[in-house]
Design a protein around this ligand. Structure first.
Ligand SMILES: [Zn+2]
Length: 87
């Protein structure tokens, strides 16, 4: 069984981005806007020690400085060290 990968998706028209489970070459339509989105980058696995949350779109956010995806429960960006705001 092939597990779906997390991808960073982008709508070509608006530039809106989202994180979603997708397969290469598959089409993805944004639930909110109905725009078609394309996978632009695979989301790489987080270091296991960084976040205790399962790696899913709801549990990720992107760092304001380096734009890497990090877990919601992580207080400092593991990539650039930027302190993350409390949710
Ligand atoms: Zn960062």
């Amino acid at each position: 069984m092939n597990e779906k990968q997390l991808y960073r998706m982008r709508a070509t028209a608006s530039g809106r981005e989202a994180i979603a489970h997708a397969e290469p070459g598959s089409r993805y339509v944004d639930r909110e806007t109905g725009e078609e989105m394309e996978p632009v980058a695979k989301v790489l696995p987080l270091a296991p020690s960084v976040s205790s949350l399962p790696r899913s779109p709801e549990n990720l956010r992107s760092c304001r400085r380096c734009d890497q995806l990090i877990g919601l429960d992580v207080s400092d960006c593991p990539y650039c060290g930027l302190r993350q705001e409390a949710l």
